[in-house]
Design a protein around this ligand. Structure first.
Ligand SMILES: *[C@@H]1O[C@H](CO)[C@@H](O)[C@H](O)[C@H]1NC(C)=O
Ligand SMILES: *[C@@H]1O[C@H](CO)[C@@H](O)[C@H](O)[C@H]1NC(C)=O
Length: 206
């Protein structure tokens, strides 16, 4: 009796632990798209952007981190543990001047995107995942903050109307000063602090 009770309690704990640790896109979602500034003059130096390969993804909203990772993995959220994402993702971006953007991660997996600059906003482009039947991450990306030398902040309106953000940077970590600038900017756009996340590259093999 005691044995079977403790065994089922143990099973229950394992089951709920597995459940809790997989990615939860519903909780990670930010508010619908609004409040995205449309600058009159370009704020991003295109030449600079295309000269950095790769770019790292050190901070962003949970929503964008999960979705970029799922697109690279081509798996459903329930089949991916969040520890996997934080420790093994090692996400990197490559932007080419022919409009192709590639994200890599998880030891050699990759996902390609086709982009198209918006006519009325040179700092914005639409992006659509290519190949594979799962698409968690397509939408429009607006650069809303940059220093044209170490990072740019992307405010993203996903095609399902959810909002996300992420920072692309030349280095795997940001300085404290840049991090503060970036977090303040995210708050000013209405993003929820609880959904800010940092990706670690310390254990990445390459
Ligand atoms: C970045 O480059 C763009 C395009 O050249 C320029 O308009 C913008 O003022 C620059 N911004 C900064 C912060 O250097
Ligand atoms: C754009 O350039 C990259 C890098 O050279 C290449 O891998 C990709 O296939 C090209 N995309 C298109 C649509 O030509």
């Amino acid at each position: 009796m005691w044995y079977s009770l403790s065994a089922s309690v143990a099973l229950l704990c394992i089951a709920s632990a597995v459940h809790v640790q997989s990615l939860d896109l519903k909780t990670a979602k930010d508010q619908p798209c609004f409040n995205i500034p449309n600058p009159k003059t370009p704020i991003l130096d295109e030449k600079w952007v295309h000269s950095i390969n790769p770019m790292y993804f050190p901070v962003g909203s949970t929503n964008s981190l999960y979705r970029v990772a799922l697109n690279v993995l081509q798996k459903e959220a329930r089949d991916v543990g969040f520890a996997t994402v934080y420790y093994d993702a090692c996400l990197k971006w490559y932007m080419y001047d022919n409009g192709t953007v590639v994200s890599t991660g998880f030891n050699g997996l990759r996902k390609e995107y086709k982009t198209k600059t918006l006519e009325d906003n040179p700092d914005a482009f639409t992006f659509v995942g290519e190949g594979g039947d799962k698409d968690f991450y397509s939408g429009t990306l607006y650069t809303t903050l940059t220093d044209n030398k170490s990072f740019f902040f992307a405010t993203i309106c996903l095609k399902n109307g959810e909002m996300a953000w992420g920072v692309a940077s030349t280095t795997p970590t940001l300085t404290e000063e840049t991090k503060k600038k970036v977090f303040d900017h995210a708050v000013s756009l209405g993003f929820n602090k609880e959904d800010f996340t940092e990706l670690k590259y310390d254990t990445c093999k390459n």
